[in-house]
Design a protein around this ligand. Structure first.
Ligand code: ATP
Length: 250
């Protein structure tokens, strides 16, 4: 079966430095892939290459078997590739509902408009309402996004992503900055989005215990290269991976 997302010998050199090197991976439709690796391993850069924010100096990116390497980010979003960022990307002064509506409108191809009358763009509103309910924020619709807790901001970002109806979602450290007591809640939400909405998920996450609990396969990056890409048990038993982490417990 054609992988839903694939990279072939993907590489990025900047000023002679090898940031991403020869990364070839195939992700199956509906799969949950965790991406781990030490700071500076190239995980976010890989996401930038997948989402079109960075252009590779070698190799290709394919979505549904189609080469999208030369396509800009918005075309990839329209083709079903959505992502979140390591740093929260909500509009803090807009309320929760407006944040999600703008995300839904962007996907439906409407021009951004905060003043658009509701009835003129019903589909975006409906989709936004569905996405907010899906992440459990329906009762916060009128709250300015900047006033949400970190955990709820992450849920809002997930709602903004879901409003765009992606088939593949790239989550860049979705638990970053979230307080300890909110992590379980967010992990459960991400797991249910994967399971119940049938989304293909790639998630960068530092905490190994979180990745192992969610991912069907784990990609380990080190110095820009893919060190291993396998089931969690196999990755944890992999000597090269253990050596790369210099004895850090995985
Ligand atoms: N545009 C750029 N110019 C120069 N160096 C860059 C650029 N983008 C990334 N790098 C470098 O490439 C390396 C990989 O960065 P990247 O942010 O992808 O790592 P990461 O695995 O996501 O790290 P972290 O876990 O800290 O977020 C880092 O050393 C970074 O400084």
């Amino acid at each position: 079966m054609t992988p839903i997302l694939a990279t072939r010998d993907l590489g990025l050199d900047i000023g002679g430095a090898r940031i991403v090197a020869d990364v070839s991976l195939e992700v199956r439709e509906g799969e949950f892939v965790g991406i781990i690796g030490p700071n500076g391993a190239g995980k976010t850069t890989l996401f930038n290459l997948l989402s079109g924010l960075a252009h590779p100096t070698a190799g290709t990116v394919e979505l549904d078997g189609r080469d999208i390497t030369g396509e800009p980010p918005f075309r990839r979003t329209q083709a079903g590739l959505g992502r979140t960022f390591q740093v929260s990307s909500v509009f803090p002064l807009l309320d929760v509902g407006e944040n999600v509506r703008l995300a839904a409108e962007a996907r439906l191809g409407g021009a951004f408009s905060l003043r658009r009358r509701a009835r003129r763009f019903r589909p975006a509103l409906d989709r936004a309402a569905w996405a907010l309910a899906r992440v459990g924020l329906a009762d916060r619709v009128a709250t300015p996004a900047g006033m949400l807790s970190h955990g709820d901001k992450r849920k809002l970002e997930l709602a903004m992503l879901l409003a765009g109806e992606p088939r593949v979602i790239l989550l860049d450290e979705p638990m970053a900055g979230v307080s300890f007591e909110d992590v379980d809640d967010l992990v459960a939400l991400i797991a249910s989005v994967h399971r119940e909405e049938g989304k293909t998920v790639l998630m960068v996450e530092h905490r190994m215990e979180v990745v192992v609990g969610l991912a069907e396969r784990i990609a380990v990056m080190h110095h820009g290269a893919l060190l291993a890409f396998d089931a969690p048990d196999a990755v944890m038993a992999n000597e090269t991976v253990q050596t790369a982490y210099l004895g850090e417990p995985l």
